[in-house]
Design a protein around this ligand. Structure first.
Ligand code: EPU
Length: 418
């Protein structure tokens, strides 16, 4: 298993190119199931999760190829409508094949994802919506088996705002007979990106990005020739935290700051400076960060996917900050590791209190999930001495060439293969 060795304390300076968004790439790849033929997508990041999705689609008979950000998926030859446990257990987003399969082929067998490090993460709302649209669903030996002749439009209220739930049901509705209304839908930029992709394929969708989405089903969709996905807002935010904690000066190229309003407002309050420039968004870290409180909320609120990185910044801020995690029940796995580096953090349920310390010290630490690993990188870049981050396959699931990007802006970072 690869590990990262980081010797902190460098002021990072230079340009960082932001990659395509993992959480837009995954649903958009599965949207190719909805139209028979060859779809091509651009700006797909070279990540473990993207490779897993490619394997899943190939497993179902589609032909998949990837080359430097361009992914081609030909779904004409699909002949197996199953997402097996072996793949779903390595990537929960595999569940995004469920609704496209049912919408186009009238059947699917998808392993239930089960819990993960950050929470129980059920998919009851995906199933409730699909059932309302007329699919017959049964659970058998850990699998969801769904069947229907053709889905019908329905009015669906989602009790909890769910990103992949909204995406899955939107993909069910585009080929259903009649109109579907999704209420309390997720408003994330990745939902809008998927809707834009589906609209380019011929779907009729209104309101993506708002909490009520109306979808009028069509009989057929056409494959897309070249759809470029949005930049990764969480990678952007992670590099903002890195500039912030190292007192660095980074220019983030190819990013969309408007997707990060809440996070940027918080970072500004901590002392981080943003400047729009011709080359990209310049982010300047202050000499001393100021402690600020944060509560995670579905978009447009402060993203749960930025909570761990923000916490890493707060470990050395002046004062005490209180961070409330409201989306996932177990998303503080990074706390124990940050404490190994000298952070002063106490947890009470979903709330963490972080008392800023003078300095962090390098230590051996363990990555437990994707964003927790990112927070360890953020902290290690500031810590005195050497930090060894184990199990960085978590990081590789969602960050494209992070170590190379950091090295280019002056970080002392080394990947040790193992
Ligand atoms: N929920 C239910 N029932 C459902 C679906 C969700 O109770 O049927 C609950 C979840 O347990 C959670 C809340 O609703 O408490 C929100 O979960 P959501 O469904 O929105 O999460 P997700 O769609 O599984 C996506 C991202 C996550 C990100 C969350 C929240 C993808 C592939 N994943 O997950 O990304 O944290 O939305 O923004 O889009 C990451 O990239 O590190 C990551 C975990």
């Amino acid at each position: 298993m690869d590990k990262l060795i980081i010797r902190g304390g460098k002021q990072l300076k230079g340009e960082v190119s932001i990659s395509g968004a993992k959480n837009a790439a995954l649903p958009i790849m599965t949207s190719s199931i909805l139209a028979s033929g060859r779809s091509a997508f651009a700006r797909i990041p070279d990540l473990m999760d993207v490779r897993t999705m490619g394997r899943l689609l190939s497993n179902m008979g589609a032909s998949y190829s990837y080359n430097e950000g361009s992914a081609t998926i030909d779904s004409a030859s699909m002949n197996k409508f199953e997402a097996p446990y072996e793949l779903v257990k390595t990537m929960r987003a595999s569940v995004l094949v469920l609704c496209p399969l049912v919408a186009r082929f009238g059947r699917a067998k998808v392993s239930l994802p089960g819990g993960c490090a950050i929470g129980a993460r059920p998919i009851n709302l995906h199933l409730m919506g699909l059932e309302k649209m007329g699919a017959k669903i049964r659970l058998e030996s850990g699998y969801v088996i769904a069947k229907t002749s053709r889905l019908k439009g329905a009015s669906i209220y989602l009790d909890t705002v769910t990103v992949t739930g909204t995406e899955n049901l939107m993909m069910a509705a585009v080929l259903a007979k009649g109109t579907t209304i999704l209420e309390n839908a997720a408003r994330e930029p990745e939902v809008i990106d998927l809707a834009n992709c589906l609209i380019s394929m011929g779907a009729r969708i209104n309101g993506a990005g708002e909490s009520v989405i109306e979808i009028e089903g069509v009989d057929e969709l056409k494959p897309l020739k070249n759809y470029a996905i949005i930049p990764d807002r969480i990678e952007t935010g992670t590099f903002m935290s890195i500039a912030g904690i190292t007192g660095g000066d980074l220019v983030l190229k190819d990013c969309r700051p408007e997707h990060l309003d809440a996070a940027m407002m918080k970072l500004k309050d901590t002392g981080v400076i943003f400047k729009e420039t011709k080359r990209g968004l310049r982010v300047i870290g202050p000499k001393n960060l100021i402690a600020k409180d944060v509560k995670t909320i579905p978009y447009p609120g402060f993203p749960t996917d930025m909570q761990a990185q923000f916490m890493a910044m707060m470990t050395i801020a002046k004062g005490t900050s209180v961070i409330k995690e409201t989306i996932f029940e177990n998303r503080f796995m990074h706390v124990a590791e940050l404490k190994r580096m000298g952070a002063d953090i106490s947890i009470d349920g979903g709330t963490a209190a972080i008392k800023g310390v003078e300095k962090l010290r390098g230590a051996p630490v363990m990555a437990t999930d994707l964003r927790a690993s990112a927070s360890l990188v953020v902290a290690a870049l500031r810590a005195e001495g050497e930090t060894v981050i184990h199990r960085i396959y978590h990081l590789d699931r969602g960050y494209e060439k992070m170590d190379e990007k950091l090295k280019k802006v002056g970080a002392d970072i080394e990947r040790v293969k193992g």
